[in-house]
Design a protein around this ligand. Structure first.
Ligand code: 5GP
Length: 346
């Protein structure tokens, strides 16, 4: 046993220190980014915020709504092959939608069949496992990269620099970062495993950038300010689940509770998800996600505007004319308290 004494930080442990600026309006801030991916060689231009590949968030409808803002969606992996093929074939060129998969042979064979039907329309893939530290995951990444050299691969999840480096060397263009911070995740409670998300982002970004790779901060954002901190910490992309949940585009089941309409939202390792997709929780495992009922929030458009407005505003506070400059201009101050909650949290 060993103890690392250095304090690791979460979003709520810091604030971003304001800096002098010549910007006069939030409208002067450009929050889109351009990247050329290390392995696929493809270029990417867009607002670097993704909807998570959860079955009530990463939907076709969400992809269409976010595309209007230049944002991408990682589709959930439970769509049928016909539906996926039809969606990708109809996708406008350059739209940035991720096909998502796990690492089972069924996942791989399904991807091969759908990809073969789409004639090159799938350009980005998200390979997603709860624990990105296994040899099986690394082997799968090698196999996928070998078979599809021109597809952009996002892979995870991990939280430490050495594993971010490993995944980039193994073929990932983007490493997905986060173990345990998610809004409907119970991994930390069930296993005691995890890593404070802001430190994970800072350490993985540093490691990945050194190799020409990129990272996507996945999980734990509860407000636009948290996205600003993730970008400030070095994240190239940020993935959102809970912040985009409960909207019309989520297609989650709506139920009536005490006279109010609520939408079901659950973790992909929750009992609810496993009952739906895997015939229940296998006898050798426990669920590592929970289910919550959210107020129905209407179209996602207003939420997106609020998020993008918040990120733009963060840029003006530190004098970043482009989102790309935000991390260079970020100094975090450690805080013991960041919000005045006298009238509640909103
Ligand atoms: P959020 O934005 O809601 O805080 O986090 C979204 C992320 O939580 C997802 O992209 C995924 O990485 C993670 N996640 C989703 N469902 C589960 C789950 O059931 N268990 C765990 N451990 N993580 C989950």
């Amino acid at each position: 046993m060993r103890i690392e004494e250095e304090l690791k930080l979460d979003f709520q442990d810091v604030l971003i220190r304001p800096k002098r600026s010549t910007l006069t309006s939030r409208s002067e801030v450009d929050i889109s980014r351009e990247f050329v991916f290390r392995h696929s060689g493809r270029s990417y231009t867009g607002v670097p915020i993704f909807a998570a590949n959860m079955d009530t968030v990463g939907t076709f409808e969400m992809a269409r709504a976010l595309a209007r803002h230049g944002m991408a969606t990682a589709l959930h992996k439970h769509y049928a092959e016909d539906a996926l093929a039809a969606f990708f074939i109809a996708l406008p060129a350059g739209a940035t939608v991720f096909y998502s998969m796990g690492i089972t042979s069924e996942d791989y064979e399904k991807f091969r069949r759908v990809e073969a039907r789409c004639g090159g329309a799938i350009t980005m893939v998200c390979v997603d496992v709860a624990n990105g530290y296994t040899k099986a995951f690394v082997d799968f990444l090698h196999k996928l990269r070998g078979a599809y050299p021109k597809i952009t691969i996002m892979a995870g999840n991990v939280v430490t620099g050495e594993m971010a480096e490993e995944l980039i060397l193994d073929g990932a263009d983007i490493v997905k970062v986060g173990i345990g911070p998610g809004s409907v995740c119970t991994t930390r409670k069930m296993t005691g495993v995890g890593y404070p998300q802001l430190s994970a982002i800072i350490e993985c970004a540093d490691a990945a950038h050194g190799l020409g790779g990129l990272i996507c901060a996945d999980g734990g954002c509860t407000s636009a300010g948290d996205l600003a901190k993730a970008f400030g910490g070095g994240a190239d992309f940020v993935m959102l689940g809970g912040m985009l949940a409960g909207h019309d585009e989520c297609m989650g089941e709506v139920i009536e509770r005490d006279g109010e309409r609520k939408m079901r939202f659950y973790g992909m390792s929750s009992r609810a998800a496993m009952d739906l997709h895997s015939g229940g929780v296998a006898h050798y495992r426990a669920s590592e996600g929970k289910e919550v009922l959210l107020d129905c929030r209407g179209p996602v458009e207003a939420t997106v505007q609020e998020i993008l407005g918040g990120v733009r505003s963060a840029c003006t506070y530190v004098g970043a004319r482009k989102l790309k400059e935000l991390s260079k201009r970020t100094t975090f101050v450690r805080v013991a308290r960041q919000l005045n909650e006298v009238f509640g949290q909103s």
